[in-house]
Design a protein around this ligand. Structure first.
Ligand SMILES: [Zn+2]
Length: 260
């Protein structure tokens, strides 16, 4: 991997014994990483001398030997499971919050978002209601991107500068609306390492899925084997474009349910 390249990791809910997940369907659970695996991944980074940092840190100072850690959706385990492990490792991270999920079973409540922010973690926005942004008109995009930012800023009393796209559905309009709303970056699910010259309004991110072996995690952090993942992603996004978002999601759900 080139020296100026930096990998952005994307996590979601973490699983701990005795706690039910926010949702149980296979399409959701594949994004849920068990706590021991997450702890093992953070330990490996620490032992390898790679520091976990937030999106704000990464954009401020692009030096090598670091990795960006992000969480989407705003699950309660951001605070109860991830934060203590990250804190222990002296790692930063960005937690992208879906405003409309706050207070629902298994998700953070506003007070906990403030707690994460007060603990020094970066709070980003993951929209108001988690829609497919690429399907929305301008007023709806404004509500999902700009209004959600204002709500979070009132909640934590600090600026919210980073946005991540729900379901990775990015479009040029998303970045334009985000830029106008005062964001400094937009994260997508495009699979690549970001470089010094990468557009901060189209940042690539790599999802860490459940069951990822530690060796595969190591490769991913070093930017190896991304080509394979990119190919799979191209096939997926082409099918999505051909089928439309709704039909694609229905088919994907059916396939995953059969596999489970
Ligand atoms: Zn999401």
């Amino acid at each position: 991997m080139r020296v100026d390249a930096i990998v952005y990791l994307m996590y979601h809910e973490l699983q701990v014994a005795g706690r039910s997940l926010c949702h149980g369907e296979p399409g959701y659970v594949r994004y849920v990483v068990p706590e021991p695996d997450f702890r093992g991944q953070m330990n490996w980074l620490q032992n390898a001398g790679i520091r976990g940092i937030s999106v704000s840190d990464a954009l401020r100072n692009r030096t090598a030997g670091r990795i960006v850690i992000t969480f989407d959706d705003g699950c309660e385990t951001d605070l109860t499971v991830a934060a203590p492990i990250l804190h222990q490792a002296n790692f930063g991270a960005t937690f992208y919050i879906t405003v409309g999920f706050l207070g629902k079973t298994g998700y953070l409540v506003p007070r906990q978002v403030r707690e994460l922010s007060d603990a020094g973690f970066d709070i980003g926005c993951h929209s108001m209601t988690h829609p497919c942004l690429s399907d929305l008109n301008q007023p709806d995009l404004h509500r999902e991107i700009a209004d959600a930012k204002n709500r979070l800023e009132e909640m934590i009393g600090r600026p919210v500068r980073h946005f991540s796209c729900p379901g990775g559905r990015w479009s040029l309009s998303v970045s334009e609306v985000a830029r106008r709303a005062g964001y400094h970056s937009v994260s997508t699910s495009r699979i690549a390492a970001n470089r010094g010259h990468s557009d901060p309004f189209q940042l690539a991110r790599i999802v860490v899925l459940r069951g990822l072996p530690l060796t595969a995690f190591e490769n991913l952090c070093r930017g190896r084997g991304l080509w394979h993942r990119q190919m799979r992603h191209v096939v997926r996004s082409t099918s999505r474009r051909l089928l439309g978002n709704t039909l694609y999601d229905r088919l994907r759900k059916l396939i995953l349910e059969q596999r489970a």
